[in-house]
Design a protein around this ligand. Structure first.
Ligand code: MTE
Ligand code: MO
Length: 383
């Protein structure tokens, strides 16, 4: 593996691991805009960033049956109707550092910014599959295909030097409403190398791990992808499971992410001026479930007030409204007078009335994924 050809990155990113490169923006950089600037979008890699320098020759092989594959060039993909989908990508490991403070977990440490919201541009996977004879809303092909596997051109050590890969159900891939994209643009610009140039998958509402970057091939297969990141990682275990008694096959590959929120206008411990403070952050849920409510407490969770929610500045957010972005986070904002010292807490509720769990211990798991416990910060009034 070779890290001599890594792209340039913004100096203000916080580097959690250098090789492979894993970095997140500061809390305040994360909430400066609803659409996360590419330079402040978290970067989560498992190997060196591949170099694709001949875009004319680059192609993705689409394999419907063994011995029946079609090469798709960028010009073929550019010809399909172009969609833009505003979708939040969140790593399952977001907020892992806090979980590891409760009990040690394995994995790259992340604060609360392994998440970002972008306007992805590209072709719908459902349209690409239609090109090769798989109609919309197919859950099983004639030859028994039920999953769509995405294989990358990168190389990672977890796959013993092989490529990163993942799969999603065929029913989701062929559902145009699921908005699964083969994206070539991010925020109106061609994807950059860190985020999957020239072509990546974006699976809205699902943990970031399934949005495979730097596509090499797409395969219709009978069973779920057997790669490391589907079978030996990114699964949610109960708190009793440890590295001696783990049985990976007993659990599902995580797909949708649960309801999440975090305060970004304050650090874990902050000193603030006397008077009113503004509490700001993000809330999002998986599976296209909108955010119904965001509750903020300034007394450690004894009493709560409801925060204002918005996507576009100035317009109150209403879940499921035709003007809201279904796959995207909401920003929340609340003002509060705080006593000398306070523990500020946030929790969100999605449209299915799913709520975030109060404690980390109740959801602790050995890989430290899906830490969606109430987010707490401490403030003290100073000068
Ligand atoms: N795709 C490839 N090929 N290699 C990777 O290491 N990481 C995955 C996913 N797709 C990964 C990948 C994970 S775990 C996440 S969270 C997202 O990409 C991160 O996407 P980003 O770096 O564009 O934010
Ligand atoms: Mo991830």
């Amino acid at each position: 593996s070779d890290y001599s050809l890594e792209p340039p990155r913004h100096p203000r990113l916080k580097i959690n691991a250098k090789e492979p490169f894993n970095a997140e923006p500061t809390r305040s950089d994360l909430i400066t805009s609803y659409v996360t600037p590419v330079e402040f979008f978290y970067k989560r890699n498992h190997g060196p960033i591949p170099v694709v320098d001949d875009i004319e020759r680059y192609s993705v092989s689409l394999c419907v049956l063994i011995n029946n594959s079609k090469e798709l060039f960028m010009k073929d993909i550019w010809k399909l109707p172009k969609y833009t989908v505003t979708a939040t990508l969140q790593c399952a490991g977001n907020r892992r550092t806090a979980m590891s403070k409760s009990r040690t977990v394995k994995g790259v440490g992340w604060d609360i910014a392994a998440i970002g919201n972008a306007v992805w541009g590209g072709a719908k996977l459902a349209d690409v599959l239609e090109l090769v004879g798989i109609p919309y809303l197919t859950s099983i092909t004639q030859s028994g295909g039920k999953h769509v596997e995405f294989v990358s051109i990168d190389k990672c050590k977890e796959e013993n030097g092989g490529p990163y890969k993942a799969s999603i159900p065929l029913s989701q891939a062929t559902n145009p409403e699921a908005d699964v994209l083969l994206a070539y643009e991010m925020n109106g610009e061609p994807l950059n190398r860190d985020h999957g140039y020239p072509l990546r998958v974006v699976v809205p509402g699902v943990i970031g791990a399934r949005s495979v970057k730097w596509l090499e091939s797409i395969n219709i297969i009978a069973d779920e992808c057997q790669g490391f990141f589907m079978q030996k990682d990114y699964k949610m275990f109960p708190p009793t499971v440890n590295w001696d008694n783990i049985n990976w096959s007993t659990r599902r590959s995580q797909m949708d992410f649960p309801v999440q929120s975090a305060i970004c206008s304050l650090e874990d411990v902050s000193v603030v001026k006397h008077g009113k403070i503004t509490i700001k952050g993000y809330a999002v849920s998986g599976g296209g479930r909108g955010i119904e409510r965001v509750d903020v407490s300034v007394d450690g969770g004894k009493t709560w007030v409801e925060a204002n929610r918005y996507q576009k500045t100035g317009i109150p957010y209403i879940a499921d409204d035709s003007s809201s972005d279904r796959w995207a986070w909401v920003f929340f904002e609340a003002e509060a007078n705080i006593p000398q010292r306070a523990e500020i807490v946030v929790k969100a509720v999605d449209i299915s009335a799913n709520v975030q769990p109060e404690s980390i211990d109740s959801i602790w798991n050995l890989r430290g994924i899906l830490n969606t416990s109430w987010h707490r910060v401490q403030v003290r009034v100073g000068q």
